[in-house]
Every structure is written in structure tokens, then in C-alpha cells.
Design a protein around this ligand. Structure first.
Ligand SMILES: N[C@@H](CCOP(=O)(O)O)C(=O)O
Length: 494
């Protein structure tokens, strides 16, 4: 049976999951969702006996059912081969009375690798028979950009253009992107925030004139952000894998509910947890952890989503986001598929900067979601406490989650904190949190000191950046982004 996807804002036009992945975003600006795929339940008993590859095959086979079993299997084998430094892909380790889900074992040391080692493979399968080249246009607040570049570099028939907010990502994140090699890659800083970049990228997808000009060159656009369903679905796997690992360690028995605390800005990672719950994973609470850009905490507390506030530059830059794109998908499920309501919320957000859901909907949302935020000082304190008490070195985003989780009583359930990046991506802030004066130290000096202080090895792909030449120096303002994309298409697909 073919399962169809449609826009969150209208269900009048349906596409297959392959078409949804190729398009990235629906033509009306909505995000692709499926009604029937998420009604399936995975066989939890079987999952709990399986390794990562097998679980990934189940999840992808269920949510992307127009991919054949063979297509899914070959994508999984290639995506999770020796490019992750552990066969577990996303291992689970104890942290005090809770658990840490280590999502940073891929080539760019962030959780984005789990999906962005997969998406290029899914895209290549979806492209068969398509004929056109695909330019992947991506906005990043720090981690997605490098993971997209690493995933798509050298993939035939594709190019990748990444926009990052200049001066608002960590030194290591910046270097990871601007040193990227490959003939099909383009990287550009923008004068603005991640939200500016994401908004303009969405406008680029909606630009019919541009689409026409690119079509004449045999090029179409797609996305590597979590607005693309092909980015979201692979992330569902690690929730099931975490659960299976808890069962195997004897921490839970099959059927016990588990809470997950997720540091998130764009709401994609935590939405993947919600998908896991829909597919039958016994999830207690999904705790949404924010930094001082606490637009999600406020929404989940009051029912009003209000982006009209000052942007705060924090030490957890990947979460410096005020417009959480994937919340749109959650609104769709929350309203039992009321596309008109979702379209109205999104129109209000675009035009007025805010929208409010009813008390009943908020209460329904709170049955699954809890929330909280951490200031930079609280984040630093958590990094320090976690190192001193548990001897575990965590990055600034993981620390936000751990701080938030620490505010809740366990309620008898096991709790998993998602650890989304290597601490070495944020060496200066992590080192400072441990009490070292970092003034006058560059990023690599901080990396060396952090390694000497803790004995935790820096990943070679990060320490090796010190010798890598800078290959991308472009910076533009929002108005220059369309021309940059077009120029990249001309260069890459000439
Ligand atoms: N936190 C992200 C921002 C983009 O979000 P995504 O969910 O679309 O990947 C980043 O680090 O770039």
C-alpha cells in the first residue's frame, strides 16, 4: 500500500514519501506529514532484540513505505557503516541516575549526522528517473550545515548550499563549514540570525521565478533541514534504539515508560520522539529543553507562541532560534489534522509574529510535553557539576537539557537525556565552564587545554581542523541569498 504525504496546511494534494523528500517542503509552504504511516505500531519485543541497523530498517520501512525493502536496507547499510565510530551508532551510557544518549559519534560530531548520513542516500533513490539535478539549500545555526555538507559532498546529481549566521556559531562549527572540500558545495555566512536565514531559505523554495530559471537548467531545489521529512524520519530510530538498550541493560522491562529530555531549537529532534511515541514506543514525557531563547518554554507554558522578542546569543548557539519550524507538524497532529487551523496559526505567526492555541489544546499538548530552560550561567554550572560529580564531559546543549531535566522529579520512570554534540565543538565555553580563564586562548588552544584537563580525547576530525585551509569566505545579507543559490547552481551544474 502506498502511503501518501500532504502539506500540514492542506490535504488536497498528496505525494509519495520519495516525492516529499525530493521536494523538501510543500508548495504552499507547509511541511509534509502522513496520516496513515504514523498509525502503524512497531513490534517492540522484536525491536528490543535488534541492533541499530535492524531498528532503522523497521522505522524507515514504516514511515517511508514506498521505498522497497531492498532500497531501505542498502541506505541503512551505507549510512551507518564505519563512518560512525561505534557499531552502536548512538550508544547509551549511565549519567547519575539518568542516561545519556550519545548522538555525536558520526563524522561531524553532532546528532545531525544520524539523519544527514541517511538523507543523501534516500535522495539518490528518490531521484532515480527524476532527471533533474538537486540543489540542497540549507540554513544552519551551527550543526546542520556541516553535517549536510559532509553528507552531500560528492554525491552525484546533487549540490549543497549552506547559509550560517555570521559570527553566531562557535569557532569550531564555523571552521568545520568553511574548510569543507568538494566540487558540489557552497557555504555563505549571512548578516543576520538563523531565523533570518531559515525564513529566506523558505522564500527561496517558494520563489516561482527562480524555480523556472533553475528548471531551464535542469535543476530543482530541496532541503536538508528537518522541514524535510527525510531528515526527520531517521532520527526516530535512536529513540527506539535507546529503549532497546535500556531493556538490554535490565534498567527497564518491555512496556515501561521512559522520559526523554531533548535540547531543541527547531523542534525537529523532539518531534522525532513524538513520532516514536506514535509508532508505539512507551514514552512518558518528552521534555523540551531551551536556552534563553525560550520561545518553546513560553509556548508550552502559556499556549501563546510569540517570536516578537529579543534574540539572545548564547553559549548553546545551535539552539539560538525563535521560529521553531517543526512545531507546525506538531500542531497538525495536535489538532487531529486540521489543516485550516494550522494554516491560520502559521499565517498569524508570519504576519503578527504570534498565535495562541486553546486551553484544551494546550492541556492535550502537556499530556506528552514538559518544558524548561537554562540560562548560560546554569548551563556552565551543569557542565561543571557533571564533570566534577559524574566525570562525564558534556557540551553546552546537552548541559541545557541536563539542567532542565534536573528540575523534574523522576516520577518512577527512567530518563534519557539526549546528548547532541561533542563538547569539543564548543571547547572555549566548556573549558571556561570548568573554571579555566580562556581569555587570549584561540579555539584550538582551548581544545588542547580541555583535553589535557579532562583526559577526554578530542575527535580527530575536530582537532585536524587546525591544518585545514579556509575555502569559503562569502558573506551576504538576506537579500543576497537568492543570487548566491543561483550562482552556486550555475557553478556546480554548469
Ligand atoms: N539546530 C540546527 C538548526 C537547523 O535545524 P534543523 O532541525 O533544520 O536541522 C543547526 O544546528 O543548524
Amino acid at each position: 500500500m502506498t502511503t501518501f504525504y500532504h502539506s500540514t496546511r492542506s490535504d488536497s494534494e498528496t505525494v509519495t514519501s520519495k516525492q516529499a523528500i525530493l521536494a523538501g517542503i510543500a508548495p504552499d509552504g507547509g511541511l509534509y506529514v502522513s496520516d496513515d504511516a504514523v498509525r502503524n505500531k512497531l513490534d517492540l519485543r522484536a525491536v528490543c532484540q535488534e541492533g541499530y541497523h535492524q531498528i532503522a530498517r523497521r522505522v524507515l520501512g514504516t514511515l517511508l513505505p514506498d521505498f522497497t525493502e531492498q532500497e531501505v536496507a542498502s541506505c541503512v547499510e551505507a549510512a551507518y557503516a564505519d563512518n560512525f565510530d561505534t557499531p552502536a551508532v548512538t550508544p547509551l551510557s549511565p549519567l547519575g541516575t539518568d542516561w545519556l544518549l550519545e548522538l555525536y559519534h558520526g563524522p561531524t560530531c553532532a546528532f545531525k549526522d544520524v539523519a544527514l548520513q541517511m538523507l543523501p542516500r534516500l535522495m539518490s533513490v528518490a531521484r532515480k528517473g527524476e532527471g533533474r539535478n538537486v540543489m540542497i539549500v540549507t540554513a544552519t545555526s551551527g550543526d546542520t550545515g556541516k553535517a549536510a555538507l559532509a553528507g552531500f559532498a560528492g554525491v552525484p546529481g546533487t549540490g549543497v548550499t549552506v547559509f550560517y549566521p555570521d559570527g553566531k556559531v562557535s569557532d569550531v562549527q564555523h571552521l568545520q563549514m568553511v574548510t569543507q572540500t568538494g566540487d558540489n558545495v557552497a557555504v555563505c555566512g549571512i548578516k543576520g540570525t538563523f531565523d533570518d536565514a531559515q525564513t529566506q531559505v523558505k522564500r527561496i523554495f517558494a520563489d516561482r521565478d527562480l524555480a523556472g530559471r533553475l528548471a531551464a537548467q535542469n535543476v530543482m531545489l530541496s532541503s536538508a533541514n528537518s522541514i524535510n521529512v527525510g531528515r526527520l524520519v531517521p532520527q526516530v530510530t535512536y529513540y527506539f534504539s535507546a529503549y532497546a538498550q535500556l531493556v538490554r541493560t535490565g534498567a527497564i522491562v518491555i512496556g515501561d515508560e521512559v522520559d526523554f529530555c531533548v535540547p531543541t531549537g527547531n523542534f525537529g529532534d523532539v518531534l522525532a520522539g513524538y513520532y516514536a511515541k506514535l509508532l508505539g514506543l512507551p514514552v512518558g514525557k518528552l521534555v523540551v529543553a531551551s536556552n534563553s531563547n525560550k520561545v518553546l518554554t513560553d509556548f508550552l507554558t502559556t499556549g501563546t507562541y510569540d517570536r516578537r522578542r529579543d534574540f539572545v546569543k548564547t553559549i548553546s548557539p545551535s539552539m539560538d532560534i525563535l521560529v521553531s519550524s517543526n512545531l507546525e507538524r506538531m500542531l497538525y497532529y495536535l489538532t487531529d489534522g486540521d489543516c485550516e487551523a494550522v494554516a491560520t496559526y502559521m499565517a498569524d505567526l508570519a504576519q503578527k509574529g504570534c498565535y495562541t492555541i486553546s486551553k484544551d489544546l494546550l492541556a492535550k499538548l502537556r499530556q506528552t510535553f514538559d518544558c524548561g530552560f537554562a540560562t548560560d550561567d546554569e548551563t556552565r554550572q551543569t557542565i561543571r557539576d557533571t564533570w566534577e560529580k559524574d566525570h562525564v564531559l558534556i557540551d553546552t546543549h546537552t548541559a541545557v537539557a541536563r539542567h532542565v531535566l534536573g528540575r523534574f522529579a523522576p516520577e518512577g520512570r527512567r530518563r534519557v537525556c539526549l546528548s547532541t554534540a561533542s563538547p569539543y565543538k564548543f571547547s572555549a565555553d566548556v573549558l571556561a565552564a570548568l573554571g579555566t580563564d580562556v581569555s587570549g586562548l584561540d579555539g584550538f588552544a582551548c581544545m588542547d587545554r580541555l583535553q589535557a584537563l579532562t583526559g577526554v580525547a578530542a575527535p580527530a576530525q575536530l582537532s585536524g581542523l587546525r591544518d585545514a585551509p579556509v575555502l569559503h569566505a562569502d558573506v551576504c545579507d538576506m537579500d543576497g541569498m537568492t543570487a548566491f543559490v543561483e550562482g552556486s547552481c550555475n557553478r556546480i551544474f554548469a
